[in-house]
Write a protein that binds this ligand. Structure first.
Ligand code: B3K
Ligand code: ZN
Length: 866
């Protein structure tokens, strides 16, 4: 029987709505898979199925199946005649099935033809899986939804020489020879799980192992599988894993529950990593690192991603999501958990600044653009389009607000209660919030609005000083701008941590107030909140401390107020944020040709540089230029040419004003392990100074590129990449010669080239045609294309830049739609571009829409064209 069920190919996918949720008609208690791994891989599945209590007795069995050649279907060992099987897009239906039965299917899949990197696919010479969200139904027919939980047993067999390592979830319970040079391994996972957590790997990989003993005394084998020759690059990820395991035991009392924890590093992977039960599969970029090959930022990212996937073992795996609309239940919560881990490991102040910097550069633009959606979306066509900064990072902010509202003890108790009550099942966001509310004895229902409402709330802060009464009245007013499909917004509960500075810069206590629920915490529940603070001089309110709510604060601050906050506040985030606001004002001034707008910023930065905080990493953040994506958000409409020119002018002015301290910092050569902060500062200084192109600095940067510490090398190479100096070409080719055999470092080379200020679209085409470029490798594709669009604004925002980028998306649409869709965003901002760019970009998107086929890309483009 030949049946090929694949995806609709005209982009017209069906809309799936959250409110249409119905429990599954059939449940699959057990899955027995036999996978004969080969170029043509044969998959036989025996599924133990029963009708659910809620289903009608005549409910048909509907199976998902995509891109697989179906060879046979049998019920209780009897072949199902072809005419009983109704094929439809994405699967098939069988009518008149018994209440309980064993379904057997046989199908064939071709990992090397799978360029979507979803299902079972070739990553270099190895074969591996990616099943979230719907990859499992590309491996075998199944009820591919997260609320169907099954016990899996998998027998993998393969040629021993080509695929000596055979892995799947759980424990290896048997292995041996199959004859003909083939061998086999049988894996059983004792925990019932949804199929999106299934994983298998066949490859020739080196194993690096270690052990962890849990607080409860369980011995766990930790195993990393990497390409031969990369064993020496696993140490950091391994120790991060051990730290994460210990941290979750100590912080939330959560202990790992299998005997083995495996991590496989894949060269070709669509995102960062995947939390498959007991067998994480990682993008190699988030595993492999040494100081020679990886930057400090990468070291941090590796720790965070390793921890994130490990933490999913409870928040995601033991308790999973009822449907994909609940995605933030596992992702927002797990991001919050990995953020907390990084704060404990690396320092809360700097981590919080980095979190907010990322949120503002990624999530705020999403929330203000055509694809804005709630943290719990209402509808989608392709769920992969909803693995967004909103679901992840804004979702984490909501969890953080809940924690701020109820305090650590109640949060811990509530989380544990949620995990106990829902263990082994599929839950909803309501379940989670209800568990926290119960533990805290606080009504958290209003917080559900944060999950439902898209858009970043604005918080206007204004002050009135009544000298006669000696009172400062502080008024806060919130409003959320309309977003697609949500014209009217409700007021949200906003936990607002606030500091009051008196005339001398001393912190004063918050006055008694019904909204005050903690020492420095106000709970705003309505549209406005007014507090009156007595004192002999006007008080300066600073909020939200540590960014206690994901809002845009529009304060009535003078330049002097901002300067005072930057210098006097006790909150590191608030200090950084005040400087960010000054950057924005300076930039806006330069956009109007008003260079005097730079003065307060320069004066403040000089003061910081003259009395820098003891923590170099914090100092580097206070002095770092803002992210372009955030600055962009400050304008309703942007002229990209003026925008980039003003940014450059601003950076050059800062470089000149702080030339003295910057030169000292840039000249330091901090290569010791514990000197990441000093490296960040050295790189920041170099970034500013290089723009001025003095010979001594260019020569210093050129030499530094050849050094042995990748953080400093990259800092220097990036600094040179923004200049017109010939040193950049020399440094870049030396770097290439040195690193061309190391794929992850070569990705950096491609990225620097693509993001360099003077790389034209024509030169980007040359990079795409480079002998080391590989369209099948998402890391390489992103290094060139995404970096070009994000960093090289002056060349991206041209007719040729848009045409080039659209061409890249069109090509990826045919091979890897998920990757293509994730890369659409830079082309979707035309509503807020000035002309002629707006028209040029919109036309390009219209034209692209007529050429692409995948539901993934069409859904993104349609949102912008709507
Ligand atoms: N859960 C995965 C992401 C899956 C993306 C599917 N398109 C990684 C993570 O968030 O941990
Ligand atoms: Zn996750």
């Amino acid at each position: 029987m030949a049946g090929d069920s694949s995806h609709p190919s005209d982009g017209a996918g069906a809309t799936i709505r959250r409110t249409d949720y119905r429990p599954p008609d059939y449940l699959i208690d057990a899955v027995d898979l036999d996978v004969r791994v080969d170029t043509d891989t044969a998959v036989t599945a025996h599924l133990t199925i029963r009708r659910s209590d809620t289903a009608a007795t005549d409910a048909p069995l509907v199976l998902d199946a995509r891109d697989l050649a179906l060879d046979e279907v049998a019920i209780d060992d009897e072949a199902v005649a072809a005419q009983r099987i109704a094929h439809h897009a994405g699967g098939f239906t069988v009518h008149d099935v018994p209440e309980r039965f064993r379904l057997t299917t046989r199908c064939t899949i071709r990992p090397e033809a799978n360029t979507a990197l979803e299902g079972f696919y070739a990553s270099g010479p190895m074969y591996c899986t990616q099943c979230e969200a719907h990859g499992f139904s590309r491996i075998t027919p199944f009820i591919d939804r997260p609320d169907v939980l099954s016990r899996f047993r998998v027998r993998l067999s393969a040629d021993r020489e080509r695929f000596p390592v055979l892995l799947a979830n759980g424990d290896c319970v048997e292995q041996g020879e199959d004859g003909d040079g083939r061998h086999y391994a049988v894996w059983a996972d004792p925990f019932a799980k949804p199929c999106y957590l299934f994983a298998m790997v066949a490859g020739d990989l080196a194993r690096v192992h270690d052990r962890h003993t849990t607080g409860s005394g369980r011995e766990i084998a930790l195993e990393f599988y990497v390409d031969h020759g990369n064993e020496h690059l696993v140490g950091h990820a391994m120790s991060a894993l051990k730290q994460a395991m210990r941290w979750d035991e100590d912080t939330f009392g959560l202990h790992y529950d299998l005997d083995t924890y495996m991590v496989v590093a894949a060269r070709a992977f669509n995102m960062g990593a995947m939390e498959n039960k007991g067998l994480n599969i990682f993008n190699a970029a988030y595993v492999l690192a040494s100081p020679e090959t990886a930057t400090d930022a990468t070291f941090e990212a590796i720790s965070a991603v390793i921890a994130h996937e490990y933490f999913h073992n409870y928040t995601g795996n033991r308790v999973t999501c009822r449907d994909w609309f609940q995605l933030s239940l596992k992702e927002g919560l797990t991001v919050y958990r990995d953020q907390r881990f990084s704060e404990d490991l690396l320092g809360a102040d700097v981590q919080r600044i980095e979190q907010v910097r990322g949120l503002r550069a990624m999530q705020f633009p999403e929330d203000a653009g055509p694809t804005a959606h709630p943290v719990r979306p209402d509808a989608y066509k392709e769920v992969n389009n909803f693995y967004t900064a909103t679901v992840y990072e804004k979702g984490a902010e909501i969890v953080r607000m809940l924690r701020t509202r109820i305090g650590e003890a109640a949060f811990r108790a509530g989380l544990r209660r949620y995990l106990e009550v829902h263990d082994g099942s599929a839950a909803t966001i309501e379940d989670f919030v209800a568990a926290l509310a119960e533990a805290a004895g606080v009504d958290l229902e209003p917080f559900m609005r944060w999950y439902a409402q898209a858009g970043t709330p604005r918080l206007q802060l204004s002050r009135e000083w009544d000298a006669a009464a000696g009172v400062t009245a502080i008024t806060l007013r919130q409003w959320t701008p309309p977003t697609p499909g949500q014209p009217d917004k409700q007021a949200l509960p906003v936990p607002l941590r606030m500091e009051l500075l008196d005339g001398e810069g001393r912190a004063m206590a918050l006055p008694e107030h019904p909204a005050r629920v903690g020492d420095d915490l106000l709970m705003m529940t309505d549209e406005t909140l007014r507090i009156e603070v007595p004192g002999d001089a006007p008080v300066l309110p600073v909020c939200p401390l540590a960014f206690s709510a994901p809002v845009i604060l529009e304060g009535d601050y003078s330049a002097l107020d901002l300067q005072r906050i930057a210098v006097q506040s006790h909150d590191a985030f608030a200090r950084w944020d005040a400087i960010q606001q000054m950057h924005a004002r300076a930039h806006a001034g330069l956009m109007r040709d008003d260079a005097s707008a730079l003065e307060p910023l320069l004066a403040t930065m000089q003061r910081i540089a003259a009395a820098p905080p003891g923590d170099d990493a914090l100092c580097a953040h206070l002095l770092a230029p803002p992210r372009a994506a955030w600055l962009w958000e400050q304008y309703p409409v942007v002229d990209p040419a003026r925008f980039t020119a003003a940014m450059r002018e601003q950076k050059a002015a800062i470089g000149r004003a702080l030339c003295g301290p910057f030169t000292v910092w840039a000249q330091r050569n901090p290569i010791a392990e514990g000197q990441a902060g000093a490296r960040a500062l050295a790189n920041t200084a170099l970034e500013y100074l290089a723009l001025l192109e003095p010979d001594a600095i260019l020569a210093l940067a050129r030499r530094r590129v050849d050094g042995t510490n990748m953080t400093l090398t990259m800092g220097a190479l990036l600094a040179l990449s923004q200049t017109r100096s010939s040193e950049f070409a020399l440094a870049s080719s030396a770097f290439y010669q040195h690193w061309r055999e190391h794929p992850l470092v070569l990705d950096r080379w491609f990225a620097v080239r693509a993001g360099a200020a003077h790389t034209s679209p024509e030169q980007i085409r040359e990079l795409l045609a480079h002998e080391d470029f590989d369209w099948r490798n998402p890391n390489r594709v992103r290094a060139v294309a995404a970096t070009f669009a994000r960093e090289n604004l002056a060349h991206f925002h041209t007719e040729a830049g848009y045409a080039l980028y659209a061409g890249i998306l069109e090509r990826l649409d045919g091979s890897n739609p998920q990757l293509a869709a994730r890369m659409c965003r830079p082309l979707l901002g035309f509503a807020r571009l000035a002309d002629p760019w707006s028209t040029m970009q919109r036309e390009r998107v219209r034209d692209l829409r007529a050429r692409v086929r995948s539901v993934d890309v069409c859904e993104m483009l349609d949102a912008a064209l709507a």
